[in-house]
Design a binder for this molecule. Sequence first.
Ligand SMILES: Nc1ncnc2c1ncn2[C@@H]1O[C@H](COP(=O)(O)OP(=O)(O)O)[C@@H](O)[C@H]1O
Ligand SMILES: [Mg+2]
Length: 241
Amino acid sequence: MVTSMSRPLLEISNLNAYYGKSHVLQGVDLRVNSGELVVVVGRNGMGKTTLLRSVLGLPPVWRKGAIVFNGQETVKKLTHETAAMGIGYVPQGRLLFPSLTVDEHLQFAYRNKKKNSQWTPDAVYELFPELKQRARVSGARLSGGEQQMLAIGRALVTNPILLMMDEPSEGLSGLVTQRVEQTCRHLISQGMTILLVEQNLEVAQALAHRAYVFYNGRVAYEASGDIFRKDRETVGNYLGI
Ligand SMILES: Nc1ncnc2c1ncn2[C@@H]1O[C@H](COP(=O)(O)OP(=O)(O)O)[C@@H](O)[C@H]1O
Ligand SMILES: [Mg+2]
């Protein structure tokens, strides 16, 4: 059976990434099919954030290889051109503006979008009602969980077809982590495609349709979600747990 699940939305081949002379990603092959939630796990410093930055060509990373998104080669494109093709990015550490309010973050990210798009600031407030109550509060005064919801909302209002999230559960309580996990499930049920870097192995195992383990800038292990959930020992060895 051919389903939309088997159509590659993002296909990365022989990706090499550098910071100056430092050769961080060394020949990475990775695929995200339409409708999938693909997780990337690995210890600190293994190149997970560099992978996401490479997809968008975010400086100072310099990349070489093939990155085909939605049928188009993107390696020669500028960051904003690739993002405008439909990639939403939730960076590690949220990276909000301390002095902008919740609503200003959402309106600013939404500013150039067509008014009939699915994800408006109001739609984000429906997804995260607690953010609506905090609409006039500045980024600096939000709790970690509220910051993470806002970082996700800010990516959603760009109306992406691929959402890349970098360690969204980092520094959050178990309860808020569950909320992030539910949000991922909800978005997938609505047809979103997600590339998730996640250091919390339980969350990664709970969500993965497919998984990659990074080790020293390479893909050390790749499996379907079901096999990834069973291979605790192998995966644990790579993660040092
Ligand atoms: N801006 C940068 N300049 C130079 N080296 C960097 C930079 N960012 C990350 N690195 C290095 O690249 C490697 C991979 O980092 P990163 O992709 O952040 O790993 P991860 O997200 O898996 O923790 C590490 O050795 C890190 O020190
Ligand atoms: Mg990282």
